[in-house]
Design a binder for this molecule. Structure first.
Ligand code: FMN
Length: 477
């Protein structure tokens, strides 16, 4: 059984529905990032059972504890273990289902595969497992948002036959989505969806639905063709969520009914890079992000455990009627919203770190660089000969990504060469615009770095403002 996902940002989830605790270990999280339980809890609160009349009545606070990997609210770069206790279990509810495998649930397949299964609650196939995804996804999403401005927002776009009106993926926010219990931003449709789910809960039946998701501000270049294309990895992640039955990207299945002349996304000039006028590709071409919003749709089936009588057979093949007991979700989509967001964050974070293997600047963006020195540099044109050979005065420990590569002092020595200095700065700015559009300034300022070069502080070996841009040029040349 594979409970691990990701290559460089690697998560391993653990736990069953009725064991003592569930959780996740994150390996590969960059060091020095601010992280506390509060950063994770808000997404777990959106996932937790018992959150509204539309979900299961199982009452779990799902309070997360950070067991390791942080100190004084900062990540150490070591594995981060997150744990949530299981508190409200009622194994007795599963008595009738011990001998009768629930139709369309995982009881039969788990039993046949392992010859044993957790005696109650769905065990590992339960949606309790998604706590690990949501918790680790919240960590990834925080890094993506703070360092690169990447935003991930999911919402319910249909329940049964009820479809929401199209949503503007460029502007939709989690606040707007959480304005309704069902998590659908179209208030009219949301009301109908909520009424349907409430009715089915009373009847002991269930219904399916679709969750849509947009990932905004993704840099161009993420995805690892051929077998780990970005959409392939997103599809794998989404289809690993329990109860998923379909995955679409961009135009999805509707694209199969169109002509090339209708479907192609024409290129245009956008924020100093090529963008597209339409986005039927869903932000990915050739398995690589193209800088447009990534748009996904994930279909969820009606939950299998219903209390209406179902004719079926028991494990021995004898006819049986199953009337499932227990507290179950009549529709999973409102709770699936943060799970989809978490999965999306895990994929993008991992792909970002993998792309960083080719383009070091990303590593620097992800690390908290000390302002000023140690990050490679340009020599100021007025700097005197010889001063560049002196060891730089470190303001604080270098970030890990920089420390892996010995600082390369002197290679860019251009004493008195104002023209070369200016050229380098122009190149750096061009590269930054290509790589992150206008986000660089925000990212750099959030880290206390100045992207504009300046004459710097005369006392300092590394004039303030030069380092970050300087390193970016070096990383690409
Ligand atoms: C948030 C969420 C809540 C779920 N709640 C239930 C539930 O209460 N009852 C149920 O039978 N299935 C529920 N499921 C779905 C089952 O976990 C899933 O159908 C089962 O493990 C079989 O896996 P499969 O549907 O992917 O084949 C839920 C899924 C999610 C994502």
């Amino acid at each position: 059984m594979s409970s691990s996902f990701g290559t460089l940002f690697r998560v391993t989830t653990f736990g069953e529905s009725h064991c003592k605790a569930v959780g996740v270990v994150i390996d590969g999280c960059p060091p020095g990032l601010a992280l506390t339980e509060a950063d994770i809890q808000s997404q777990l609160d959106r996932r937790r059972p018992g959150q509204s009349a539309l979900s299961t009545d199982r009452q779990e606070a799902d309070q997360v504890i950070i067991l390791s990997g942080t100190e004084n609210g900062r990540t150490l770069g070591t594995p981060i273990a997150l744990q949530v206790a299981n508190k409200d279990q009622r194994p007795k509810d599963y008595g009738s289902m011990r001998d009768i495998p629930r139709p369309s649930h995982a009881d039969y397949t788990y039993q046949m595969k392992y010859g044993i299964r957790a005696s109650s609650g769905g065990g590992r196939s339960s949606a309790r497992e998604t706590i690990g995804t949501v918790a680790s996804g919240a960590v990834a999403a925080k890094i993506l948002k703070e360092k690169l401005g990447i935003e991930i927002v999911a919402w319910v776009s249909s329940v049964g036959e009820i479809e929401a009106a199209p949503v503007d993926g460029n502007t939709i926010t989690r606040q707007e989505i959480d304005a309704t219990l069902i998590r659908c931003p179209d208030k009219g449709a949301a009301g109908q969806m909520e009424a349907l789910v409430a009715e089915l809960k009373t009847l002991g039946d269930s219904v399916g639905g679709v969750v849509s998701c947009v990932i905004r501000n993704v840099p161009v270049g993420l995805g690892e063709p051929t077998f780990e294309k970005l959409e392939a990895k997103l599809a794998q992640a989404m289809l690993a969520i329990p109860a998923t039955k379909g995955f679409e990207i961009g135009s999805g299945f509707a694209g199969a009914r169109m002509r090339g002349s209708q479907h192609n996304d024409a290129f245009t000039q956008k924020d100093g890079r090529l963008g597209t006028l339409t986005n039927r590709s869903g932000g990915i071409q050739g398995g690589i992000s193209n800088g447009e919003p990534i748009t996904l749709r994930i279909a969820f089936k009606p939950p299998a455990t219903i209390s209406l009588p179902q004719p079926t057979v028991d494990f021995s093949g004898q006819s049986a009627i199953l009337e499932a007991k227990g507290r179950h979700d009549p529709c999973v989509v409102p709770r699936a919203v943060p799970i989809v967001e978490g999965m999306a964050a895990l994929v993008i974070m991992d792909m970002l770190l993998r792309q960083e293997g080719r383009t070091r600047p990303t590593a620097l963006i992800l690390c908290n660089l000390p302002p000023g020195g140690f990050v490679g540099r340009f020599f100021h044109p007025t700097e005197k000969h010889g001063t560049d050979n002196k060891k730089p005065k470190k303001t604080q420990d270098p970030p890990a990504a920089v420390a892996r590569q010995p600082p390369d002092h002197g290679h860019e020595k251009r004493p008195g060469d104002r023209r070369k200095f200016t050229e380098n700065i122009v190149k750096a700015k061009k590269f930054c615009a290509l790589f992150c559009g206008d986000k660089l300034a925000k990212i750099a300022s959030a880290q206390g770095l100045d992207t504009a070069h300046g004459r710097g502080d005369k006392k300092s070996q590394y004039p303030k403002g030069n380092g970050f841009m300087g390193y970016i040029v070096k990383g690409r040349q």
